[in-house]
Design a protein around this ligand. Structure first.
Ligand SMILES: NC(=O)c1ccc[n+]([C@@H]2O[C@H](COP(=O)([O-])OP(=O)(O)OC[C@H]3O[C@@H](n4cnc5c(N)ncnc54)[C@H](O)[C@@H]3O)[C@@H](O)[C@H]2O)c1
Ligand SMILES: O=c1ccn([C@@H]2O[C@H](COP(=O)(O)OP(=O)(O)O[C@H]3O[C@H](CO)[C@H](O)[C@H](O)[C@H]3O)[C@@H](O)[C@H]2O)c(=O)[nH]1
Length: 336
């Protein structure tokens, strides 16, 4: 099979591209490198440097071969930024996705996987979230993903596009063999920030909010290893011929921000300089999935079920790649 992976130079997309290649597929990455890295695109994948907002360039790429499916990961995806620029976020994520969905319908591409998010659920829900939990996005980012899910629903109903919406909870960790990792610039995610603070590359970790209605007052998230996420993409693709599906993707275990910090301290052997900061706008208190549907229907089982083993892979990657994908060859780019 030949798959087109948008956002394949990014954190999750590069791990997905690698998993597809290892499963024997041909992969082409489409990416504008706005937040991704050329060096993150796995060897063996082709690369098309293009922006999904450019409908003409996209049309050329969609027409140049017979694609067996499209995996759509490219997006603007920082919750806090979306609170500051709501219309820009909604426009950009909608425009790029609608260009792609329309193109897939036009070219009769039968399989479409979409990276959706837990951020579309009602932030008031505290129980583990199943796929049918109430939806009420607490940020323009989550809203944009929900609107794209709805567009896919209609593309299937009226045009027969089979789609899979994968609502990731919090992607974390790095490839176990150290080939890929997380390198956002600027970094906004808790685990890589805590790791960089432990490694002395940042002066201070600021924990956002200590007055949430949770046992220790900090937010709770469901961290899922990025390679387990990638595996779920393979399983979902093999299911799409039967029809469209929506799955929540997490382990079902909640970990608080304070627990993340303590785990990084324990695994790195360093105590972190840290302080409290105000709540971050748009943050739900608790996001934990009920992973029953994907486990039952696809037999998906995460290899990494504990936060320790997830953070361990992220810590190892950062130790070997202190400058992320800019780490000079010979110092950190070797396989572990
Ligand atoms: N990281 C998470 O925890 C998480 C959680 C839920 C959902 N998601 C979703 O998963 C996807 C990947 O997230 P990530 O953390 O890997 O982000 P990322 O920023 O590392 O990757 C996004 C990639 O898309 C590319 N891109 C962005 N806009 C583009 C455009 N207009 N045209 C072409 N390429 C473009 C970027 O250059 C980058 O390589 C996103 O859709 C995100 O919303 C991520
Ligand atoms: O320096 C920091 C950074 C983060 N946090 C806190 O750590 C928690 C996790 O924040 P992340 O930024 O690591 O992740 P998010 O939960 O905000 O977002 C991630 O998961 C969401 C779904 O759960 C979205 O899909 C989004 O794209 C993805 O980045 C939040 O409570 C946040 O306030 C801090 O306390 N200090």
């Amino acid at each position: 099979m030949h798959y087109l992976v948008t956002g394949g130079a990014g954190y999750v997309g590069s791990h997905v591209a690698l998993a597809l290649l290892e499963d024997g597929h041909e992969v082409t990455v489409l990416d504008n490198l706005s937040t991704g890295h050329r060096a993150a695109i796995p060897a063996g994948a082709r690369f098309r440097h293009a922006d999904l907002a450019n409908a003409t360039a996209l049309e050329t790429i969609l027409g140049e071969t017979r694609w067996d499916g499209v995996l759509h990961l490219a997006a603007l995806s920082v919750v806090g930024d979306s609170m500051k620029s709501p219309i820009h976020y909604i426009r950009q994520n909608m425009l790029t996705s609608l260009n792609l969905i329309e193109g897939c319908v036009r070219h009769r591409i039968g399989r479409f996987l979409f990276s959706s998010t837990a951020a579309l659920f009602d932030s008031g829900s505290t129980a583990p979230l199943s796929e049918t939990a109430p939806i009420s996005p607490g940020s323009p980012y989550g809203e944009s993903k929900f609107l794209i899910e709805r567009a896919l629903h209609w593309a299937d109903r009226q045009h027969g596009l089979h789609y899979g919406c994968l609502r990731y909870f919090n992607a974390a960790g790095a490839d176990e063999q150290g080939r890929l990792g997380e390198d956002h610039r600027p970094e906004t995610h808790l685990i890589p920030l805590a790791i960089d603070t432990a490694l002395g590359r940042r002066p201070l970790l600021r924990l956002a909010g200590n007055d949430y209605d949770t046992p220790d007052g900090t937010c709770i998230r469901d961290y899922v290893h990025v390679s387990d996420l990638a595996k779920a993409h393979l399983l979902t693709l093999s299911r799409l011929d039967e029809g469209s599906v929506t799955y929540n993707l997490g382990t079902g275990r909640g970990v608080s921000n304070l627990e993340v910090m303590k785990t990084v301290e324990r695994l790195s052997g360093q105590s972190l300089p840290w302080s409290w900061a105000p709540r971050r706008d748009g943050d739900p208190a608790i996001l934990v999935t009920d992973p029953t549907r994907i486990r039952t229907e696809l037999g998906w089982q995460p290899r990494h079920t504990e936060i320790d083993s997830i953070i361990e892979t992220a810590l190892r990657w950062r130790l070997y790649h202190p400058e992320g994908y800019s780490t000079p060859r010979g110092t950190g780019s070797q396989r572990m």
